[in-house]
Design a protein around this ligand. Structure first.
Ligand SMILES: NC(=O)c1ccc[n+]([C@@H]2O[C@H](COP(=O)([O-])OP(=O)(O)OC[C@H]3O[C@@H](n4cnc5c(N)ncnc54)[C@H](O)[C@@H]3O)[C@@H](O)[C@H]2O)c1
Ligand SMILES: N[C@H](C(=O)O)[C@H](O)COP(=O)(O)O
Length: 332
């Protein structure tokens, strides 16, 4: 029997909750349910320290330069050890420059491994965008870095939960720049990629998409702005001419009420907080961030580094487990 390729879990910021979420899930047996082998890409000593948060003295075994095994009680995890941070200097909740370089290295290694077909996909734990930039890795987030490394011009950030799925036309961009950057081609691409992914990766035969406006009351016939008429409506019209079941531009304030009741398979949002506020309101615990349009599978937790919880063991593993589950389902 051919061995299944592993799913890679990048550890994220060593000073954040990523390491302890992985260990917490391991100790609770939450990783036992997956058919695919899981491999953590990170720092073995930092993971070993995270085990202490749960009163577990983890053992490390080194097999080669990068290949290690971490054992906590009855359970083990393979670790690709890419950094040798001094774990005593990695203070919980205090990201430092060496962590910035390390968290970028974990992502780079994982994406390269996926691209050459040696891994089935990657699941990412949270990084600190400011610190990776200070470390010289000039990307606003995983999404943009992965798009570049995969040679794809347009990808779509989707956050998904049982009740609601949102995909974003613009992602990590200041609000004052949104209107300047919005254009019909990108709105259309976002609608198209969302539609294709819902069909091919989520198994929805004829996805129903709601496309939002950017201004209050969908611009109120031009009184509060003209992006709806000028940019968004033409994109919807074109999408419909391609057979995509898209409607709008809808007023954002009311649409989510209907979307959360199941009237739409996904909502195409014009900017980050427009989509992520309702999503996290409904699905903070178990939402998944998935990058659509990549040639590889990438899912992520829907939360950040949670520095206020790092080292307490209190962070919830549900989003991590949901992200691994979604990635595994996408491999089928
Ligand atoms: N996937 C990612 O890489 C990702 C996503 C969002 C934010 N970030 C980064 O995280 C850093 C902190 O961002 P933030 O403070 O806006 O958001 P955050 O998600 O880290 O924290 C917001 C609040 O949610 C709580 N929280 C977060 N995760 C939790 C969990 N698993 N269980 C229980 N409570 C949890 C935190 O304790 C905090 O009170 C920033 O540097 C940001 O760039 C990364
Ligand atoms: N925008 C996401 C959120 O707020 O949850 C998050 O920053 C993750 O983005 P990347 O997956 O691009 O790192």
């Amino acid at each position: 029997m051919v061995a299944l390729k592993p799913l890679l879990i990048t550890m994220g910021d060593p000073a954040g909750v990523g390491p302890e979420l992985i260990i917490k899930a391991l100790l609770a047996g939450e990783l036992d349910r997956f058919e695919r082998p899981l491999q953590v890409v990170g720092d073995a000593a930092v993971l070993q320290r995270a085990a202490k948060v749960f009163d577990c003295e983890a053992e490390l075994e080194q097999h080669s330069h990068q290949d290690w095994t971490l054992t906590c009680g009855e359970r083990s995890l393979p670790v690709v050890n890419l950094s040798y941070l001094d774990e005593e200097k990695v203070e919980f909740g205090c990201p430092k420059l060496p962590c910035g370089r390390a968290m970028a290295d974990y992502i780079e290694w994982a994406v390269a491994r996926c691209l050459v077909g040696l891994a089935a996909g990657m699941v990412t734990c949270p990084i600190n965008k400011a610190i990776i930039n200070q470390a010289g890795v000039h990307f606003p987030g995983h999404t943009e870095l992965l798009a570049e490394r995969c040679g794809v011009e347009k990808v779509v950030m989707m956050l998904a939960g049982e009740k609601l799925k949102v995909s974003l036309v613009t992602t990590h961009l200041g609000l004052r720049d949104v209107s300047r950057v919005l254009n019909t081609a990108e709105i259309l691409q976002t609608i198209h990629i969302t539609d294709q992914s819902l069909r091919n990766q989520f198994g929805i035969a004829d996805p129903k998409l709601a496309v939002l406006s950017v201004n209050p009351h969908a611009g109120e016939s031009g009184l509060f702005g003209d992006e709806e008429e000028r940019l968004i409506a033409p994109a919807i019209e074109q999408a419909r001419s391609y057979g995509i079941n898209a409607s709008g531009p809808h007023s954002a304030d009311t649409l989510f009420h209907f979307a959360a009741k199941g009237e739409y398979d996904a909502v195409v949002c014009m900017y980050h907080d427009q989509g992520l506020i309702p999503l996290k309101l409904l699905h903070f615990d178990d939402g998944v961030n998935v990058t659509l349009g990549l040639p590889i599978i990438r899912t992520s937790v829907d939360h950040g580094t949670a520095y206020d919880l790092a080292g307490t063991g209190k962070a919830n593993t549900a989003s991590l487990i949901a992200a691994i589950k979604m990635a595994e389902e996408m491999t089928k």
